[in-house]
Design a binder for this molecule. Structure first.
Ligand SMILES: Cc1cc2nc3c(=O)[nH]c(=O)nc-3n(C[C@H](O)[C@H](O)[C@H](O)COP(=O)(O)O)c2cc1C
Length: 379
């Protein structure tokens, strides 16, 4: 077993262990992947300000996210098909997050259902909602999240229509998978992954299975889903969701000051500055470039979270210095899970926390809640 010191190590292990179609589904972006690359490049271009001879003993990475105590300002982002990286991946991820003291977000498109996760994990998790054309079904998901005592609802707004990821088409990624000689050969080279995932009881969209009339097998279910992303989604629907849910509401996929102002006016508790990890509108700006304008537009009226390109504690600090209250990790989580299962997720969280802690110290900062633009180099 190699010594794992950073998220990149976990990514490499996942690449070796997980089937190519799934690894690419996690790692790649839409179209030419310009925005996917910009998320990383623009984060790397943000320079932290090194300071010396400041007492940085007794540091703290603790804070709150939508009023909930967290060990560090990080949450696990919703990641569809998580349980295809490692059997029962959503349960394992939620467990690792609960133990560590950060929120776990369960995707609508998860393999394990809301009820599966709630029955296996004691601490409340967040639920991410896609509002499907079938509003009755969307309402039933909200009710199920309430019954499971989810502590926040993350409403994703930037997938009213699906961007295309070329690699998913080339790899035949579909549910059920399209088996080509290439995919069969690849799976044969990954026996550990195949045995683990293929023998699991949960291999379909857990939240949807058995719930949709006329869609009783994987093929009809995935056809139903394909027709359900809703281009008519509007701010009126957001108000409808808010009323039905009645709890903490986080709006995900805000990248523009004008949208941020409307989001605030709905009474949301937080917005997530996000371009869906470069998986939707290719050619749009990186999340870190969008962050300051959203922070300005929100003007303290709700919390601002950030995602897109976070691979280290240094990246978390960069986002906080730009005004984010917390950061979500998507791929860093999925790679960690795909590499080493629950242990991998715990390791990834610990790696990020240590990097954050040391970087704070080297910037002369003791309390993560006090990260400000002053810890960045202006030039
Ligand atoms: C494999 C994968 C699946 C995703 N599925 C969802 C999803 O079901 N719902 C959602 O709101 N966002 C989804 N996202 C977007 C993430 O929540 C998050 O915005 C993004 O991954 C952040 O960028 P990062 O991966 O660079 O950290 C997904 C991202 C990935 C990588």
């Amino acid at each position: 077993m190699p010594v794992v010191t950073c998220i990149e190590d976990l990514r490499r292990i996942a690449e070796r262990r997980v089937a190519k179609a799934i690894f690419d589904y996690v790692s790649r972006g839409s179209y030419s992947e310009e925005t996917l690359r910009a998320n990383r490049a623009d984060l790397e271009a943000v320079h932290l300000r090194q300071r010396v001879a400041i007492d940085v003993d007794k540091r703290s990475t603790k804070t709150t996210l939508v009023g909930q105590d967290v060990a560090m300002p990080v949450a696990i982002a919703p990641v569809g098909l998580t349980g295809l990286n490692w059997a029962d991946g959503e349960i394992l991820g939620a467990r690792a997050a609960a133990r560590f003291g950060v929120p776990f977000t369960l995707s609508t498109m998860s393999i394990c259902s809301i009820e599966d996760v709630a029955s296996e994990v004691q601490k409340p998790f967040w639920f991410q909602l896609y509002v499907f054309r079938d509003r009755g079904f969307a309402a039933s998901l909200i009710e199920r999240a309430k019954a499971a005592k989810c502590s926040a609802l993350v409403l994703t707004l930037d997938l009213q229509i699906q961007g295309q990821r070329h690699m998913d088409l080339k790899n035949g990624l579909a549910v059920p998978p399209r088996l080509t000689p290439g995919t069969v050969l690849d799976i044969l080279k990954k026996p550990g992954w195949a045995l683990n995932v293929m023998t699991s009881r949960r291999r379909s969209f857990g939240n949807l299975e058995g719930q949709i009339k006329g869609a009783d097998n994987l093929l009809t279910l995935s056809q139903w889903i394909a027709g359900q992303f809703d281009p008519t989604l509007s701010w009126r629907d957001v108000e409808w969701v808010k009323k039905l849910w009645g709890g903490k509401l986080i709006l995900k996929g805000i990248l523009d000051a004008e949208d941020a102002r409307i989001a605030v006016s709905t009474g949301a508790d937080a917005v997530v500055v996000s371009n869906h990890g470069g998986r939707q509108l290719d050619g749009t700006i990186s999340s870190i470039r969008a962050l300051p304008e959203v922070v300005d537009a929100v003007a303290g009226r709700c919390e601002v979270f950030f995602d897109g390109g976070i691979r280290s504690g240094q990246d978390v600090l960069r986002a906080l210095a730009h005004g984010a209250r917390g950061a979500l990790i998507g791929r860093a989580f999925a790679w960690a899970l795909g590499a080493l299962g629950e242990e991998g997720v715990s390791l990834a969280l610990e790696i990020i926390r240590k990097e954050l802690d040391v970087s704070m110290a080297l910037c002369g900062l003791k309390d993560v809640r006090e990260a400000r633009p002053s810890i960045l180099r202006s030039g």
